[in-house]
Design a binder for this molecule. Structure first.
Ligand SMILES: [Zn+2]
Ligand SMILES: [Zn+2]
Length: 690
């Protein structure tokens, strides 16, 4: 918001919230109705009815710019400004369609009430020539002086400071202005539009083309990556006076007092406000090559619908946790965008065979530890169900992961962490078959790898362990292992036993299995007193009888079923230790209240931590996690790089009893500014999507 809001700073339809779109409804119906009804001899007016498709086109055009710019700026190649974007900016810029609604209303009204504005021809060359001349002359000239006056402190504090709150711009920053400022700009753009009308030279393409030109140039000026080829300016040197480039307007956002021009720099040349570094910045941005990150987190989109929640999808959706029940856009995504979702699924399944960069962040602790890391998140173009169900995908997915590891290794990345199903046992129903043994397969296959592969098990275990030891309860706590004995689960069971907590394990087959597990845990120094005590804390489930009314903590994984969940005693605390929350599977169950988490129990988040403020450029949520919270697996990779730890952290569970890895990662995470995230999941936010 402007620092001192004045008259017409606020948009008049702000109080309407998302109902603002209803303002357009009567006009859309009026323009489309002759298609379906006979209305008193009213004729079908093509140019009038094309208004609505044109509004949709403007939305799509802007969205393409948002997604493409986010894709490009996540890599450093040709990036102009390195400043981070935060959630606050995404929120401030989430109303970018206000401008489209306003101009849509103006267009509808103009064509309805101005005499001779209906039934326009498709094309008129004279009108287009008039527009070009009027834009180059009065529009650019008047804009230049209007813009300069908006930088006078009186108008700046009331209006224009709102636009300048964004230093690192996104394409859509271009239309983030207070309402009054938009009215002024619209009056300027109306000069060619109304001249076309009054001279009878208006055409559908003339009007739509001019607005599309403005949209294109606006988005380009704020996209924060340089791409206009220098050959264009060497072949046609005069172009530099009538065609700006992204770096040109980027300088206006960093220097404030130079490069005021709308799209044609000539007025800056005429009035000597051209930034002297314009050419240098243009050239350095064009030459800038890709820098490789220090850490890569390898993830994948979860459901087909989740692609809109990715950072490259809808900016505003990506800035909120992915929860269907809380998602006001869910209806639109599910029922309106499904053809697009379907198309993406086909592309993901058949064509995309390359990992793509989703996000890049900087860890810049220049105060305390003086550490600096460049971090990227890469995504494998496959959905969760493809990992789980299609056996023919297995080879493809594994080779995609291997390719990502080799690419990262070649680029000099220090650490790669495996997110979501990229490390999981993929075929739970094919006994014992695993995809990559938490990444170990790749190391055995490529023994010369310099990059370290991290599966993050120790940090995940440390987080769960600390949430159990920090429980504030009068009763004695007993931990029930209700999920599979994965690496994280084994880590946890051992650490809990050592800390004097009783752990009840569910083993289906025989006491032999239990003995095996116990000897695996306590083989190294089983003669010591401490070890014997710890050993007594590991209890097979058939021997456990809850006679003392202990408080139960159920450790659960992503295959935990709703029936089991319903069978837990009152006041049970559910803590997941898998990457994906188990409640996701609950919705598939048709029995009873499976969709609803129980009100008499407490549910914890999947292992995650609150990130420090110096982890920058975070402006999207990691799947279902809230803002500024990241999964243990993603943080683990960063910690490995920050601490320069030797060796990989992957493979099956081989850690010995006195391995201090859990304490080591936990204290490292706190030392680097990460904070525990123990907030239980609320009962209403059940249907999370993965
Ligand atoms: Zn300005
Ligand atoms: Zn701007």
């Amino acid at each position: 918001m402007a620092s001192k809001p004045g008259v017409l700073t606020e948009w008049p339809w702000t109080p309407l919230g998302r109902f603002k779109y209803i303002l357009l409804a009567p006009w859309v119906l009026d323009s489309m109705s002759p298609l379906f009804f006979e209305t008193n001899g009213r004729k079908w007016d093509l140019s009038y009815s094309l208004n609505f498709p044109f509004l949709l086109w403007r939305v799509i055009h802007n969205q393409i710019w948002i997604s493409f710019s986010r894709f490009r700026t996540s890599k450093s190649k040709n990036r102009i400004l390195d400043k981070p974007i935060e959630f606050e900016q995404v929120d401030r810029e989430s109303n970018w369609d206000d401008n489209i609604i306003m101009q849509g209303l103006m267009f509808y009204m103009g064509q309805k009430y101005l005499e001779g504005a209906s039934n326009l021809p498709i094309w008129r060359t004279d009108g287009i020539v008039i527009t070009i001349l009027l834009h180059t002359g009065p529009v650019e000239f008047l804009y230049y002086w209007l813009h300069r006056s908006l930088h006078h402190h009186f108008l700046y504090s009331r209006y224009h400071s709102h636009h300048h709150s964004s230093i690192a711009t996104e394409p859509i920053t271009s239309v983030i202005h207070p309402f009054g400022e938009h009215l002024m700009y619209f009056l300027l753009f109306a000069i060619p539009l109304l001249t076309m009308h009054f001279t009878g030279t208006a055409s559908t393409i003339g009007l739509a083309g001019y607005i599309t030109y403005i949209d294109f140039m606006n988005n380009m000026g704020h996209c924060n990556f340089e791409f206009v080829p220098s050959s264009l300016f060497t072949t046609f040197p005069f172009l530099k006076y009538i065609f700006y480039t992204p770096s040109y307007h980027s300088l206006h956002h960093t220097q404030f007092r130079t490069n005021y021009a709308l799209f044609m720099p000539m007025y800056d040349y005429i009035y000597s406000t051209m930034d002297k570094s314009s050419n240098t910045l243009y050239e350095t941005s064009l030459k800038r090559t890709e820098e490789s990150p220090d850490v890569v987190h390898l993830t994948h989109p979860t459901t087909p619908d989740s692609i809109y929640h990715l950072r490259l999808g809808f900016a505003s959706l990506a800035s909120k946790p992915y929860m269907k029940s809380a998602d006001k856009w869910y209806f639109i995504i599910k029922w309106v965008l499904w053809p697009l979702t379907f198309l993406w699924s086909i592309l993901f399944q058949r064509m995309f065979s390359r990992t793509f960069v989703l996000e890049s962040n900087t860890f810049d602790d220049h105060h305390v530890t003086k550490k600096m890391l460049r971090i990227q998140t890469w995504a494998i173009p496959r959905y969760s169900y493809q990992y789980k169900r299609l056996s023919r995908q297995r080879g493809t997915i594994n080779s995609l992961i291997e390719k990502a590891i080799l690419d990262a290794d070649k680029a000099g990345v220090k650490v790669l962490s495996l997110g979501l199903f990229n490390q999981a046992r993929i075929y739970p129903y094919y006994a014992g078959e695993e995809m990559n043994r938490n990444g170990e397969v790749y190391i055995q296959k490529n023994p010369t790898l310099k990059i370290k592969i991290v599966d993050g098990s120790s940090l995940a275990a440390a987080i769960v362990l600390n949430s159990i030891t920090n429980l504030k309860t009068q009763q004695q706590v007993v931990v029930m292992m209700r999920g599979k004995l994965t690496k994280v689960a084994c880590y946890l069971a051992l650490a809990l036993c050592q800390r004097g907590v009783q752990v009840v394990v569910k083993l289906q087959k025989s006491t032999k299995d239990f003995e095996k597990l116990s000897s695996r845990f306590f083989s190294t120094s089983s003669s010591s007193q401490a070890s014997l005590l710890a050993k007594n804390n590991l209890i097979p489930s058939k021997n456990y009888n809850n006679v003392h009314g202990n408080r139960q903590v159920w450790l659960v994984d992503d295959e935990f079923s709703s029936e089991e969940h319903m069978s837990a005693p009152k006041e049970t605390i559910f803590i997941p230790y898998s990457q994906i929350p188990p409640w996701l599977n609950f919705k598939k169950n048709t029995k009873g209240a499976a969709n609803i988490l129980r009100k008499d129990c407490i549910y914890y988040s999947t292992p995650a931590m609150i990130i420090p403020s110096f982890l920058e450029n975070v402006h999207s949520c990691e799947n279902w996690l809230p803002r500024m919270v990241m999964s243990a697996w993603r943080i683990a990779g960063m910690l490995h790089a920050l601490e320069d730890w030797e060796g990989h952290e992957c493979g099956n569970w081989l850690i010995t009893e006195d391995d201090g890895m859990i304490d080591k990662v936990w204290s490292a995470s706190l030392r680097h500014g990460f904070r525990p995230y123990y907030l239980p999941v609320s009962c209403t936010s059940t249907i999370i999507s993965a």
